[in-house]
Design a protein around this ligand. Structure first.
Ligand code: SAM
Length: 247
């Protein structure tokens, strides 16, 4: 499955929509609260959201007082939802791969955010360089992605389970073999890119960024009692978030 059509694939699109409509999905329980808590003050700022999907975050940025919000996504279907469900006076949605953001002007944005989309991009170093050049001085790049321990395995069993089927540990394989992964997630051939922690940190530093904060968030405490399957995240968190600043 080539990257251009993944979220436009009907089966994948409908399956992903169903996941996101669950109020207990990992995005709502864990990823978004962490992302927004790391964001900082965005009042009066110009925001670029890479892989904006349904545009939920773009609308939230506008409501938080952003001066202008640009949402970029490679999927027509995701953007159709964004335009219909999350329009805003200060929001523009643009259909383009984030690999093409060099078409924006240098210093055009104060904050670049990306929620769970960067692991679909092959060349992180090039992307980090492009983002650096679009940001104003002191500008922020904040992104979340699948945890590197999640993207690592090429194949095989991921969880060690006890006799009751409870996850007792996570099997890490192929960690030090960065690159393309083709997995089954609702459909065959979903392509993502595995990067080690050092690939990510060094990619940001090589572009010129200073790293401000990293998080590997867990769901809120109340959720562990309600949803026993979350216990396994204590062995391996689902997400990695990094906040970097242009000096
Ligand atoms: C998991 S969804 C997350 C959507 C949104 N950021 C959110 O958190 O609700 C990933 C999004 O990234 C988009 N995407 C994947 N690869 C992309 C690329 N190379 N350029 C732009 N968007 C991309 C997909 O179309 C999809 O909308």
């Amino acid at each position: 499955m080539c990257r251009q059509i993944l979220f436009d694939n009907e089966i994948f699109f409908e399956g992903y929509r169903a996941i996101r409509q669950n109020p207990d999905c990992a995005n709502l329980l864990t990823e978004k609260p962490a992302l927004f808590s790391m964001l900082g003050e965005i009042r009066g700022k110009r925001i670029l959201d890479l892989g904006c999907g349904y545009g939920e975050n773009c609308l939230a940025f506008e409501e938080m007082g952003a001066l202008a919000v640009t949402g970029v996504d490679i999927s027509e279907k995701m953007l159709a939802v964004a335009r219909q469900e999350n329009p805003g006076k200060e929001i523009r949605y643009i259909h383009m791969p984030m690999e093409n953001i060099r078409s924006f002007r240098p210093n055009e944005f104060d904050v670049v955010v990306s929620s769970l989309a960067i692991h679909y991009v092959e060349d992180f170093e090039a992307l980090a360089r492009d983002i650096f050049s679009l940001l104003s001085p002191k500008g922020i790049f904040l992104f979340s992605q699948e945890h590197p321990l999640t993207t690592a395995p090429e194949k095989g069993v991921r969880w060690l389970q006890n006799a009751d089927g409870k996850e007792e540990g996570y099997v890490v394989t192929d960690y030090a073999r960065p690159g393309r992964r083709s997995i089954h997630w609702m459909i065959d051939g979903v392509v993502k890119y595995h990067r080690t922690f050092s690939d990510l940190v060094n990619g940001l530093c090589a572009a010129g960024f200073c790293i401000e904060e990293m998080r590997e968030p867990l769901p809120p405490k109340e959720a562990f009692g309600r949803i026993p399957s979350l216990e396994k995240e204590k062995h391996k968190p689902n997400f990695l978030l990094i906040k970097a600043q242009k000096p």
